[in-house]
Design a binder for this molecule. Structure first.
Ligand code: ZN
Length: 411
């Protein structure tokens, strides 16, 4: 869920906005952002570990020979990262799936070659709830294993490649980095590094071991910052919680005030709530309000990843839970005929229906994919205005540089 942020607005003031009006931004210094992509680029809420158990930090094998262990961590000297820039994760063999740690946008796919020691690698950009950008880096991937391309949106959990030993590696392992950028135009290699496993663990998605129809929708909503990790799907939703989710789901709100009255005003300003929208913020959201706001959200534009569940299954879920096939097509049909207020699972199902389906999945032959895809589903595959990478300067040993070089703002 959101925390208040002034950073996105700061980008706008500096003319670096990737959110609409300013000159195209080179995100991470390598990917030209079109307004179409920046409007659709959603929030990264809950995260997953990139290899092994998605919900647990790989620490020790506990006797399991397939479990991943940390071979090497981020190295610090005098409180600053000066040595190794990521975590090396290995279970002693190559070929294991590497998953996207959070919902993100592919800004770089480094192919064949040394690539400054990274070998074959993928870099994702994530919009964090606090308004900063995080880059996740997956290096030494196996030849021919990368399944994503630059400009593509991917969901947390989506398999993006396999563990290998390309580049500067003497045994198969994943070199995993997280870098935090306050300036989205700064090249990703120059953004400061944080401990990647601790970063992910602090935002870890809940395992959601229940097997009800609601699980994929709730997992999807966690990763998209619509609900907090572990929030109970059976519980009702307060008006304040719904307003937060509404802000996260739509592309007309850039920063969400912590103060609920300010949030209400921002939503009114964005035409997501009517001017007279009031009511006790802690009391349960009603069906009429949900129907009204979904219609407005659809009209204003969405920032949601594609539905985690394919259309036929989702329509069946909607029919069973709501008594209508698709609330996205007719939100007002949700307003009547329910016992009790909507639960969190109901709200997530309605939002997933509003998000709709990845056009790529609709064009696949029926039966080619399993019906339920969350949370590793494809989000959107859309070509963006590409740009060639700037010329690279290799470090002396060809390894990823030990400390960030001075940043140069791109305009
Ligand atoms: Zn490494």
């Amino acid at each position: 869920m959101f925390r208040p942020s002034g950073r996105l607005n700061a980008w706008r003031l500096r003319g670096l906005s990737c959110f609409g009006w300013a000159a195209p931004l080179l995100l991470a210094g390598v990917l030209r952002m079109s307004p179409e992509v920046s409007e659709r680029w959603g929030w990264s809420g809950a995260w997953l570990q990139p290899v092994g158990d998605p919900h647990a930090v790989p620490i020790s094998s506990n006797g399991d020979p397939t479990a991943y262990q940390v071979m090497r961590s981020v190295e610090e000297r005098e409180g600053k990262v000066r040595g190794h820039q990521g975590a090396d994760l290995s279970n002693g063999r190559g070929g294991g799936p590497v998953r996207a740690a959070g919902n993100g946008l592919v800004v770089k796919v480094g192919g064949k070659g040394w690539n400054r020691g990274y070998g074959r690698h993928v870099v994702l950009a994530h919009r964090l709830a606090d308004g900063a950008i995080a880059y996740s880096v997956y290096a030494h991937l196996a030849p021919g294993s990368v399944t994503v391309r630059r400009g593509q949106f991917v969901s947390a959990g989506r398999v993006i490649g396999k563990v290998g030993m390309t580049g500067r590696a003497t045994s198969p392992h994943l070199h995993f980095e997280i870098r935090i950028a306050e300036d989205p135009g700064l090249r990703w290699e120059n953004a400061p590094v944080v401990d990647p496993l601790a970063f992910v663990d602090a935002r870890i998605a809940s395992p959601r071991s229940d097997s009800t129809w609601a699980r994929p929708y709730l997992a999807w909503a966690e990763c998209a910052a619509l609900i907090r990790p572990g929030e109970d799907g059976h519980r009702t939703v307060s008006r304040a919680q719904w307003w937060q989710a509404l802000a996260a789901a739509t592309n007309s709100v850039e920063a969400v005030p912590a103060n609920q009255e300010s949030l209400r005003m921002v939503l009114v300003q964005a035409s997501l709530l009517p001017g007279d929208a009031r009511g006790d913020r802690e009391s349960s959201l009603g069906w009429k309000e949900l129907a009204r706001d979904l219609r407005r959200a659809r009209e204003q534009g969405l920032r949601l990843p594609w539905s985690p569940v394919e259309r036929t299954v989702r329509l069946r879920d909607c029919r069973r839970e709501f008594g209508v096939d698709s609330p996205a097509h007719n939100p007002t049909s949700l307003a009547e005929g329910h016992e009790g207020p909507p639960t969190r699972a109901d709200v997530c199902l309605a939002l997933a229906d509003l998000a709709g389906d990845d056009p790529a999945s609709l064009s696949r032959p029926r039966g080619s994919r399993s019906a339920r895809r969350a949370p590793g589903a494809r989000m959107i595959a859309r070509a963006t205005g590409d740009t060639a990478d700037a010329p690279r300067r290799l470090s002396d040993d060809g390894h990823p540089p030990a400390s960030p070089r001075p940043a140069k703002a791109k305009s």
